[in-house]
Design a protein around this ligand. Structure first.
Ligand code: DWN
Ligand code: SAH
Ligand code: ZN
Length: 405
């Protein structure tokens, strides 16, 4: 295989999830004969330790006008980004006439309070429908991919940025050289580049292998992000653990020598070393835990079907595409999946072609069991759907292992 996308080093593959469709490629019936597949496998760079996909899906196939994910669709993410915005407004954006740039602003969950505060801002968002939703909230959006060229154009029209931010987006950008060249062109000398992304350590802790799909090209850890930053003239100056999306880290980068790193950077680095996060044995253990989950889940669903129990899926996140296709689950085991996102409803789930329906179909006739694909919102969903358990229904979770609650 080809080398590491960050440093060119040798990449050792440790997980192969087979042929997979686009995680967010929800289809109409007439699109069925044109479905795109690729090989989903993950490796670690033996030189810089960056964990990454071995095959990149071209970005225009991943992000386009039909991209169906809406950040503001869940209460948890709305309030998370509202808090982020208030944090930035009180700190990095407290000076005179600050300028804030968000890479991958989606429907504007974070930029909305920043715009409301009257702060100069720009979202960079290539997926047209979500970009328009953000514009509808009074947010300035550039409908394009962030890369060196777009960053230079922003710098020329708007001047330097105090903060460049990305959430669940920076790990999607395979071309890190262009990303960092863009950040270098746009960020003011003392500014910060901040991003929040799923943490490799959390993915291993919970065996949440469903976080692996076409969009998540990199699986960041403190050591690999520190090495990447240094390679491009930046320094990792702070790390903070976040609970959203099953466990993330917020990384703060500054230009080398501009800010003193906080003790947390060395603390988390030491913790990663102590647990052997980048060791091949650790990654091989993860790979075998994945196989156990597949065995247990397929066995459970097959047994429930034999017993005549009705089982449906709850939530159709991008993550569910990996789980469903790796386990070979089809409409025979799960007749439908309900999801609150209008742009997914009425379509077929990628690969499995299980129909996606509105949550009203769930409550209209409760099944005996529901597989909770949106497990990162378990508390919110189980509380909201209390009628399901009151009617005798049971939730099936598969993170960190298959269990019924
Ligand atoms: O990184 C990414 C993150 C930010 O968003 C992208 N690559 C794609 C996407 O990942 P995801 O699809 O795994 O995200 P979520 O937020 O875990 O998706 C949850 C899904 O569950 C959504 O489709 C909405 C749905 N849902 C629901 O139907 N009822 C969620 C809740 C809370 C509900 O009550
Ligand atoms: N930040 C939001 C959205 C994450 S989904 C959140 O945390 O919920 C990833 C988003 O990044 C999508 O909206 C996608 O269109 C956008 N994106 C992908 N590549 C990009 C790029 N090169 N520049 C800017 N946005 C990009
Ligand atoms: Zn490398």
């Amino acid at each position: 295989m080809s080398g590491c996308r960050v440093c060119g080093g040798e990449v050792r593959e440790f997980v192969d999830l087979g042929r997979q469709p686009l995680a967010n490629g929800f289809l109409t019936r007439d699109e069925l004969d044109r479905e795109f597949f690729y090989r989903l496998a993950v490796g670690i760079c033996l030189s810089c330790t960056m964990v990454q996909l071995v095959e990149e899906v071209p970005r225009h196939l991943r992000y386009h006008d039909a991209y169906p994910y809406h950040t503001s669709g869940t209460a948890q993410m709305r309030s998370h980004f509202e808090e982020d915005a208030q944090l930035f407004l009180a700190t990095e954006l407290a000076g005179p006439d600050p300028f804030f740039v968000e890479i991958g602003c989606n429907d504007g969950a974070l930029l909305s309070p920043i715009a409301d505060a009257g702060v100069r801002h720009l979202g960079v968002e290539p997926s047209g429908t979500v970009a328009d939703m953000a514009r509808g909230k009074g947010i300035r959006v550039l409908g394009d991919f962030f890369e060196e060229g777009t960053a230079e154009a922003i710098r020329a029209s708007d001047g330097p940025a105090d903060v460049i931010f990305g959430a669940n987006t920076i790990c999607h950008l395979a071309a890190v050289e262009s990303l960092f060249a863009g950040v270098d062109a746009l960020l003011r000398p003392g500014g910060v580049f901040v991003f929040e992304e799923p943490y490799l350590g959390a993915i291993l802790d919970h065996t949440s292998f469903d976080q692996i799909y076409d969009e998540h090209f990199y699986f960041f850890a403190v050591r690999s992000v520190q090495a990447m930053a240094e390679r491009f003239g930046f320094e990792l100056v702070n790390v903070e653990h976040l609970t959203v999306h099953g466990g993330e880290i917020r990384y703060t980068l500054a230009r080398s020598g501009q800010r003193r790193p906080t003790p947390e950077v060395d603390e988390v680095l030491a913790a990663e070393k102590a647990r052997g996060l980048a060791d091949l044995e650790t990654l091989d253990r993860f790979a075998s835990a994945i196989q156990h989950i597949r065995y247990d889940l397929v066995e459970l669903l097959t047994r429930l079907r034999a017993q005549g129990r009705r089982v449906v899926g709850y939530g159709a996140p991008g993550k569910s595409t990996t789980l469903i296709n790796y386990c070979g689950i089809g409409p025979d085991l799960l007749p439908f999946i309900c999801d609150s996102t209008p742009s997914k409803q009425g379509r077929l789930a990628p690969g499995s072609h299980i129909p996606v329906r509105p949550p009203a179909e769930f409550s209209a006739r409760y099944p005996d069991y529901a597989v909770l694909f949106a497990w990162n919102y378990a508390d919110e969903i189980i509380a909201k759907e209390d009628g399901f358990r009151a009617a005798g229904g049971q939730w099936i979770l598969y993170v960190p292992e298959v269990h019924i609650v």
